[in-house]
Design a protein around this ligand. Structure first.
Ligand code: GCW
Length: 674
């Protein structure tokens, strides 16, 4: 999306050229120099070489790019009112008349705001927006807008489907790959300002001097793009790299070890963001190994970070093999009692749903319920359960559904977005994390359309109220074409792609019926894994009588973790939105759905609908040939063919399996398994 294609529409090119005939871009700091480089690159690519770049501001038709404090008195007075509404990372784009000249000002209080403003302005130009009368103040709504890389030190990436890790630890710190800079540009262009470089299943070695030197090189590279580095901290690090015989968070030596380690890090990376921690989850070490709890663990690290302004981001993804009733309830049960006990630089990071990044989940009940603890949203941009980088699935549609969900925890309108932007409970620090889908593949994300998921995540982290449709529009125009005959059909293809994957994998609230380990294809029959809650049969509970997980009071009663308005609605089989039906109810195969179909037929028809939607996607893409280069066309066309084959595979596997319980024929309209 930073392609900056030449603007071939003559009228538009004339209009833009007239507006930015001269460009004055301050270069007082590394961040402003980045802004200047980006403007020069983009304008020359989009508009050609007629633009004069000046080192002084001259009253001509000029683009002026600078922080407010550096502007001349006259220009200051023209934006004095608007600049008051700009926060420290926000920016202002404003068209003004100055001595009969049209001046376009990109300004901000801080350098980073100027860079963000530049990227937005250039995006508007890429999307052929009207730039004649700009008057836009835009401030990020969340503080920490972060990628979580699940990258290992050997460059493998857990759940990564786009090649190996970008971080070349062997050549660092001396060798700064050009891609690190492009990574920073791409992130800054959408407002991402933090990155956790390493896997949450952490390797303690990252905290040793040898690696910290390499981390410093990356932090130094990202700094001028406004990106702070975080590291994942393995809880047992004091034992593994510190020669201690315990990692007990209340032990004095352990505390001192973390204090010293933190000091060491800040000495070389003064703006280090802090630690991201997965503890006592899926076998990772944590405070519970010593009979202590999450608060003891998180606060111990928070204390070490506090003097430097660093944060602990403590993940709430916990579930224990000892609780056999309902995995969906465990994080809430485990964390709610601690609400109010964490230090103020601890943020608890919660996955969007209570199980694990399924194609569709109801929102996590911790959102809104945990009132005194800042919660960070964790989305998964990498498509662990959504067809890896092979299937085209536009995730901002999923993200939007979660952000818009109403928790009712402070009455109607208490959306998840308001929980995480701090407006519901007035949190000091707010944030959103996305598990990265980036690797060293030539196109960064494996599937070209998976770039839209990275892009869309960043945009929503900046403003969780943006619509997924607007984001798709921006991305398509910048990445492919501004021709409406291309944009409109492809946009609607993107917008339906999420529902398509739900239909052909997990319709009507079915979930976690993926094959073991890899989570790619279907495996609803799997029942022999070591832990019951890893087996798909635990989740669908199909038998000759029916299918689905009863989470109402007659079952696990997970609904009680939601506000009463939601609980009542979800408990009532007549009121629950059908997309969550089998997530919360176990129903007979002949249960009548809203449209009069029996459940078995409804499931079968949904699987078929998913397959049909992929066929439509293929048709749409075929019609787009005239707007695409041969390679752009072929790349996606080939991937869509795989997606179709695998949508059928999902349909056939799941229906043949569930049919052994339902004992009913496939309804008319469902293709026979091949
Ligand atoms: O979704 C599961 C993944 C694990 C992952 C874990 C987590 C990093 O299957 O690979 O581990 O979640 O989020 O910690």
């Amino acid at each position: 999306w930073l392609k900056y294609q030449t603007i071939t529409n003559t009228d538009l090119a004339i209009n833009y050229n007239a507006l930015v005939k001269h460009a004055y871009i301050s270069q007082g700091s590394p961040t402003l120099r980045n802004a200047k480089k980006e403007v020069e690159l983009a304008l020359s690519k989009m508009l050609g070489d007629d633009i004069t770049f000046t080192n002084e501001w001259v009253p001509e038709n000029t683009l002026v790019v600078d922080v407010y404090d550096n502007l001349s008195k006259d220009l200051k007075s023209l934006i004095a009112e608007e600049i008051k509404n700009v926060t420290h990372e926000g920016f202002l784009l404003k068209s003004v008349n100055y001595k009969n000249k049209k001046v376009t000002i990109i300004s901000a209080k801080k350098d980073i705001g100027v860079l963000y403003g530049v990227f937005r302005f250039l995006n508007m130009m890429q999307t052929h927006s009207n730039l004649n009368n700009l008057n836009l103040v835009d401030n990020p709504k969340l503080d920490i807008r972060m990628l979580n890389h699940w990258d290992n030190l050997d460059r493998s990436v857990e759940r990564g489907y786009a090649g190996f890790s970008l971080w070349n630890w062997q050549k660092l710190p001396e060798y700064i790959d050009e891609r690190y800079i492009d990574y920073a540009r791409a992130n800054a262009s959408i407002g991402i300002n933090a990155t956790a470089l390493t896997n949450v299943n952490a390797n303690a070695l990252i905290l040793t001097p040898m690696y910290l030197e390499k981390v410093k090189a990356l932090a130094d590279t990202f700094r001028s793009y406004g990106i702070k580095v975080y590291l994942t901290a393995r809880f047992s690090a004091p034992i593994e790299i510190g020669n201690l015989d315990t990692a007990d968070p209340l032990n004095a030596d352990v505390k001192l070890w973390w204090k010293n380690k933190t000091k060491e890090i800040y000495e070389i990376i003064p703006d280090f963001g802090g630690f991201l921690v997965k503890a006592n989850s899926e076998g990772q070490p944590g405070p519970q190994n010593y009979g202590k709890d999450h608060v003891d663990g998180a606060n111990m690290m928070a204390e070490a970070l506090k003097p430097y302004g660093g944060n602990v981001i403590w993940r709430a993804f916990v579930y224990s093999e000892h609780d056999e009733t309902d995995r969906a309830k465990q994080a809430y049960d485990e964390f709610l009692p601690y609400d109010g006990n964490f230090m103020d630089n601890v943020l608890v990071q919660v996955k969007n749903g209570p199980i694990d990044f399924q194609p569709r989940e109801p929102f996590h009940p911790m959102f809104g319920a945990m009132k005194k603890t800042p919660l960070i949203m964790e989305f998964q941009i990498t498509q662990e359960y959504l067809g890896f980088s092979t299937h085209l699935v536009y995730l901002p549609k999923l993200f939007e559904e979660v952000l818009d969900a109403d928790t009712y925890q402070r009455g109607e309108g208490s959306t998840v977005a308001k929980v995480i932007d701090g407006s519901l409970y007035g949190n000091e620090i707010t944030g959103m994390a996305g598990v990265s889908n980036i690797g060293n593949d030539i196109n960064w994300t494996g599937h070209p359309f998976a770039q839209a998921n990275w892009y869309g995540f960043g945009r929503l982290a900046w403003d969780p109220y943006l619509s997924s449709e607007v984001i798709a529009d921006e991305w398509l125009r910048a990445t492919y074409s501004n021709d409406n005959k291309f944009v409109e059909p492809v946009k609607s293809m993107m917008l339906t792609s999420r529902e398509a994957v739900v239909n052909y994998m997990n319709p009507l609230g079915l979930h976690h019926i993926f094959d073991t380990g890899h989570h790619y294809g279907p495996g609803p029959w799997v029942d022999n894994l070591g832990r019951p809650d890893w087996n798909p049969v635990y989740y669908h509970k199909a038998d000759s009588l029916g299918v689905g997980f009863d989470r109402t009071p007659s079952g696990s009663n997970a609904t009680e973790q939601y506000a009463p308005e939601i609980a009542q609605k979800y408990n009532d089989v007549k009121k629950i939105p059908e997309e969550y039906l089998l997530w919360f109810h176990h129903l007979p195969w002949d249960y009548k759905l809203d449209n009069g179909e029996i459940l078995w037929d409804g499931i079968a028809l949904k699987y078929q609908e998913g397959v049909d939607q992929v066929k439509d996607m293929i048709n749409t893409w075929d019609n787009m040939k005239p707007y695409l280069s041969e390679s752009e066309y072929r790349e996606v066309a080939m991937l869509l063919e795989i997606q179709l084959k695998e949508a059928k595979w999902w349909r056939d596997a799941c229906l043949l399996y569930f049919q052994t319980f339902s004992n009913r024929p496939l309804p008319e309209g469902v293709e026979k398994p091949t």
